[in-house]
Ligand binder design. Structure first.
Ligand SMILES: NC(=O)c1ccc[n+]([C@@H]2O[C@H](COP(=O)([O-])OP(=O)(O)OC[C@H]3O[C@@H](n4cnc5c(N)ncnc54)[C@H](OP(=O)(O)O)[C@@H]3O)[C@@H](O)[C@H]2O)c1
Length: 288
């Protein structure tokens, strides 16, 4: 692969991992961080430390940004040095923030890609890491090989807001899964069953349940809500006992309550006989 000059702005845990992966593949890496001392280990591995963010931007055609929040990036990218470069914004933010940032960056003559990192720093440069990109497709095609050094690089659309939207949707699913996992662990532990003894059981169960995702998704897209598997009402009538058991076992049922409320609403609105994917349209309140 042709070696590229890349700038990395932000050397927190993630920015450092990104810069390390690029250095390991022999790319010329310029780095900048607010706390300059964090650059030292990367300089020891061959990175060039820029004196300020503007100089770092000027050093490379490809500029990767990985800071805590968008507000940090807005300040740093408000410079004419951007002209002619491609900015890849990997700071986590909302779709609207990504679109506003795209406007700011393209207004200064640069191309813009937003990214959602589906990995922890230790996974960067290794198998299983995925980064979703959205925005300027030509810029993605031009830099795809170097971006693929960091993680599998997947372009999901021209609208810069799409990668952050999908990033958050995947995080939603993760936090929902963790909520169930943690509540289940507490319930098992209430009878002295260790987390380690319970973990294989819950892992197999979740894997079995996840196999229903593609069919539920297909039916939702098709507007099909009939079921021969399990109805909304079947889950709804089970919930009071789930919650009562949780309370009696000394486990806070707080994580279960939003699901109970949604099931109650679905039944109250006449959807008791429907399949569980009926809950999705009930969540859709319209864009605010
Ligand atoms: N870590 C993960 O597992 C992970 C996974 C996916 C996505 N991400 C995303 O990647 C981004 C960076 O995460 P991280 O784990 O690297 O965070 P981190 O270790 O806390 O690093 C934050 C970075 O932002 C910089 N920063 C904070 N405030 C600043 C300001 N006012 N001006 C200039 N720079 C500022 C910090 O500079 P200083 O060193 O000077 O404080 C540092 O470089 C976040 O948006 C995060 O959501 C992280």
């Amino acid at each position: 692969m042709q070696k590229t000059s890349v700038t990395v702005l932000g050397l927190g845990l993630m920015g450092t991992a990104l810069a390390e992966a690029l250095l390991a593949e022999g790319h010329a890496v310029t780095v900048w961080n607010r706390s300059a001392a964090k650059a030292a280990p990367l300089v020891a591995k061959g990175a060039v430390q820029a004196s300020d963010a503007g100089a770092a931007i000027e050093a490379s055609e490809l500029v990767i940004v990985c800071l805590s929040v968008y507000a940090n990036a807005e300040e740093i990218l408000a410079t004419d040095a951007l002209a002619g470069r491609t900015v890849v914004q990997l700071t986590s933010g909302s779709p609207d923030q990504a679109r506003a940032m795209a406007g700011l960056v393209t207004g200064r003559g640069a191309r813009y890609l937003d990214g959602g990192i589906m990995a922890v720093p230790q996974m960067i440069g290794g198998p299983g890491a995925l980064i979703l990109y959205s925005g300027d497709e030509d810029a993605f095609t031009r830099h795809k090989d170097v971006l693929a050094v960091l993680a599998e690089a997947r372009h999901v659309g021209a609208d810069p807001g799409l990668a952050p939207l999908l990033d958050f949707a995947l995080l939603d699913a993760m936090y929902g899964m963790y909520a169930g996992f943690y509540h289940a662990l507490a319930l098992a532990r209430s009878e002295g069953i260790t987390a380690s003894a319970f973990a294989p059981m819950v892992t197999d169960w979740m894997a079995a349940m996840m196999r229903s995702f593609p069919e539920q998704a297909r039916a939702l897209d098709a507007g099909e809500f009939g079921t021969h598997v399990s109805s909304v009402a079947t889950s709804q009538v089970a919930f009071p006992t789930l919650i009562e058991t949780s309370v009696r076992q000394g486990v806070d049922p707080a994580l279960l309550l939003p699901m109970r409320d949604l099931l109650d609403r679905a039944v109250a609105e006449g959807h008791g006989a429907d399949a569980l994917q009926r809950l999705v349209p009930l969540l859709e309140t319209g864009k605010g």
